[in-house]
Design a protein around this ligand. Structure first.
Ligand SMILES: C[S@@+](CC[C@H](N)C(=O)[O-])C[C@H]1O[C@@H](n2cnc3c(N)ncnc32)[C@H](O)[C@@H]1O
Length: 217
């Protein structure tokens, strides 16, 4: 009886921003959210990178990988397994990483738009792979959100141009909007191969898509 009451309380109905009723439980939680939890990943986005890696083989053993927008850390954990203990994964995010990271991962809390993180990025060695799963905090205004997302992609591409080794690979999440074609054209001009891919694990209603660029010229 007590357990039943507790369950009812945790499922109680609340109003969302548009005034409609929704469950106070995470309405976005789905089987991948539960699977991620069971497999000790902090976010379901792990399965997007897994699909990308299975299809495009963007990372390999011993690679040095940069993960832009790395919190809460699922891609860091997955990339760390792909590169192995002789590889290295560096991550950067506005938010701190709160999970325990393996020895071949370092992460810092910083804004990618801040030019001062060049020392962390380390131009001397260069990265074999740069991943960007960055997404801006949404405002609800589609034009503003699309512009902010584009600004992050633009910065990710600049970092890829400056810090990827020759023949390096670049994966970048982008929201399909007005700037999409122009951005894709700019990526294509810098890489030998460039494709777009929407992993099955992306939420159907999401406008996000990944640009997979291989072989930096
Ligand atoms: C979808 S989450 C990334 C999830 C991550 N790939 C994972 O698997 O755990 C997007 C992240 O982009 C970060 N982000 C957004 N703008 C940023 C910026 N200017 N600099 C650094 N990180 C940023 C957000 O803080 C957020 O954690």
């Amino acid at each position: 009886m007590a357990a039943k009451k507790k369950k009812q309380a945790s499922n109680k109905s609340v109003k969302n921003q548009s005034g409609k009723n929704k469950s106070s439980k995470n309405q976005w939680a789905d089987h991948l959210t539960h699977r991620a939890k069971a497999e000790n990943y902090p976010a379901r986005s792990i399965y997007k990178l897994e699909e990308i890696q299975n299809k495009f083989k963007v990372m390999k053993k011993n690679d040095q990988v940069l993960d832009l927008g790395c919190a809460p850390g699922s891609w860091l954990l997955y990339a760390a397994k792909q590169v192995g203990n002789k590889g290295l994964v560096k991550g950067i995010d506005l938010k701190p990483i709160e999970i325990k990271l393996p020895d071949n991962v370092v992460a810092i809390k910083d804004n990618i738009l801040n030019q001062d993180n060049a020392a962390f990025l380390d131009k001397n060695r260069g990265f074999d792979v740069i991943l960007s799963d960055m997404a801006p905090a949404t405002t609800g205004r589609k034009d503003v959100d699309a512009l902010r997302s584009f600004e992050l992609c633009d910065m990710a591409l600049t970092i890829a141009k400056n810090f990827l080794v020759q023949n390096g690979n670049f994966v970048c999440k982008i929201f399909q909007g007005n700037d999409f074609n122009d951005f894709q054209k700019r990526v294509k001009s810098k890489f030998k191969e460039c494709k777009t891919f929407k992993p099955d694990s992306c939420r159907k209603q999401s406008k996000e898509i990944y640009i997979i660029a291989k072989g930096k010229k």
